[in-house]
Structures are given as structure tokens and as C-alpha cells.
Design a protein around this ligand. Structure first.
Ligand SMILES: Nc1ncnc2c1ncn2[C@@H]1O[C@H](COP(=O)(O)OP(=O)(O)OP(=O)(O)O)[C@@H](O)[C@H]1O
Length: 247
């Protein structure tokens, strides 16, 4: 992991969904830091709290207790509209199903977050992003004219257009075939190692997780294991320990 500043810090974070007898404690005392310029994967069995962790870390949901910081900003102290502004200006998102607007070209899709922030992206910025993610010749196409891997590259460029401090990925390769997934993961790793982008990705896929610098493993809302030098076999071994039936 690279030294330097901390892009994301969760301290003592708990999150309860619902109230009373129906309440579910999805996160239970999470302490989690991500160094700026690193690529971290979050894994764990179904229901272990991965999505809740991502939602709380990205300011999409409120924590019940504890603090979340993105850079110097205490996200957990912001109100709803301040969190919306933080997400717009400082956070990028990449989803499993790309979420591109079908009526817009790739270039127009990339520009959407800048437009939402009341700006127009300089065409040179779009060209630069397209070069960084390898879609220079595809900018005039609409999503239906692109493969899944190409659409995810457009979505990654869109996530980067505001120059975010951190990018969150929710199963970003979950809908891709093996070859396209590998290319997208290599791109994400290059963005981190060449450009010092920071990426936090939730995944079920040990191959995807092994592209990260570090993998954290959740079970029952807690971080129960970490792998600082992940390999596919190592991740599979750790996951199989977590997924053993409990007595
Ligand atoms: N809005 C909600 N209301 C009530 N319970 C919820 C809500 N969202 C999640 N939960 C519960 O919180 C726990 C953690 O859910 P979460 O979706 O974060 O897990 P996950 O690890 O992402 O699961 P999966 O891998 O299946 O997507 C689960 O027990 C889930 O049922």
C-alpha cells in the first residue's frame, strides 16, 4: 500500500437498519482506512454488510454511530443536501450495470456528472479521459453500440470526470465475461498505480479481489480478516473459512 494521506476513514461505524424487533445490525464497530492512491476490495458472504459499508462510506446512507471521513470531510456530520453535494463533487461511482443513459453518446454520458454540477466538461478533458480508459474511437457511439466492457470503460470515465477523491465500485465487473472483466480490472489497477486514484470495490469475485492491493473480509458486519497481498487462491481460502456453516 502507498504511504501518504488517508482518502477514507471509518471509525467505530455501526449501522442498524430498521427499529425494534425487526432491527438488523448490518455494521458493527467498523474501523477501516484506505490510503490515498490504493485499490481496496471488500468481500464477505451474502448479508455480511458489504453494500451497507459502501453506502455509508460513500455518503449514500447515514451511519447509526461512528464517523466517516472522505479526505478531511466528516461525511457523517453532513446533512442530506451536503452529502449530495459531496457525492457530486468528490466521489465517483461505478455500478455493476453501468447505468449509462441510452439516448446519449459515450462522450455525453461521460459529461453527465460535470453537467449535474453545473459545468460543461472541456472537450479536451473528455478526450483525455477517453484515452485514459481506452475508448478514444468510441466516443460517438451510444451504449447499445458498445460491448459490456466498453460500456464499463465509459462508466469509469464518467466516474472520473469531476476529478473525485475516491471512486466506489459496486460489483463493477459482475456483469462482464472473464476477458472483459480482466481488462476493466487492469484498467482500474492502472488508474490507481499510475495516477494515484483511490478505489474501493465490493465484489463477490476472488479474481476481481486479487487485482486489489488489499482485501478486507466482512462477516456479520465486522471486519474479520485482511489480505495485504491478495492472490486468487488466498482469497478463496479466506472466503471458504467465512462461508463454513455455523453451528
Ligand atoms: N434497508 C434495509 N432494511 C433492513 N435490513 C437491511 C437493509 N439493507 C440491508 N439489510 C440487512 O443488513 C444486512 C447486511 O446487508 P448488505 O446488503 O449490506 O449485505 P451484503 O454483504 O452486501 O450482501 P450481498 O452480498 O447479498 O449483496 C443483511 O442482513 C440485510 O438483510
Amino acid at each position: 500500500m502507498t504511504g501518504g494521506s488517508t482518502a477514507l476513514r471509518l471509525s467505530g461505524v455501526s449501522k442498524q437498519h430498521g427499529r425494534g424487533p425487526q432491527a438488523v445490525r448490518a455494521l458493527d464497530g467498523i474501523d477501516f482506512q484506505v490510503a490515498q492512491g490504493s485499490f481496496v476490495a471488500v468481500m464477505g458472504p451474502s448479508g455480511s454488510g458489504k453494500s451497507t459499508l459502501l453506502q455509508c462510506a460513500a455518503g449514500l446512507d447515514r451511519v447509526s454511530t461512528g464517523t466517516v471521513r472522505i479526505g478531511e470531510v466528516a461525511v457523517s456530520e453532513l446533512d442530506e443536501s451536503q452529502r449530495a453535494m459531496l457525492r457530486r463533487d468528490r466521489v465517483g461511482f461505478v455500478f455493476q450495470h453501468y447505468n449509462l443513459l441510452p439516448g446519449l453518446t459515450a462522450a455525453q454520458n461521460i459529461e453527465v456528472p460535470a453537467r449535474l454540477a453545473g459545468r460543461r466538461a472541456n472537450p479536451a478533458v473528455i478526450d483525455d479521459l477517453a484515452a485514459r480508459v481506452g475508448i478514444v474511437d468510441l466516443l460517438r457511439r451510444r451504449p447499445a453500440q458498445l460491448s459490456g466492457g466498453q460500456q464499463q470503460r465509459v462508466a469509469i470515465a464518467r466516474a472520473l470526470v469531476t476529478g473525485p477523491e475516491i471512486v466506489f465500485g459496486d460489483e463493477p465487473t459482475g456483469a462482464l465475461d472473464t476477458a472483459a472483466a480482466r481488462q476493466v480490472l487492469t484498467l482500474m489497477r492502472d488508474l490507481v498505480h499510475r495516477e494515484r486514484q483511490t478505489i474501493v470495490m465490493v465484489t463477490h469475485d476472488p479474481v476481481a479481489a486479487a487485482h486489489a492491493d488489499r482485501v478486507v473480509f466482512l462477516a456479520d458486519g465486522r471486519i474479520v480478516d485482511e489480505d495485504e497481498n491478495p492472490s486468487v487462491d488466498g482469497v478463496l481460502r479466506r472466503m471458504s473459512r467465512l462461508e463454513k456453516p455455523r453451528c
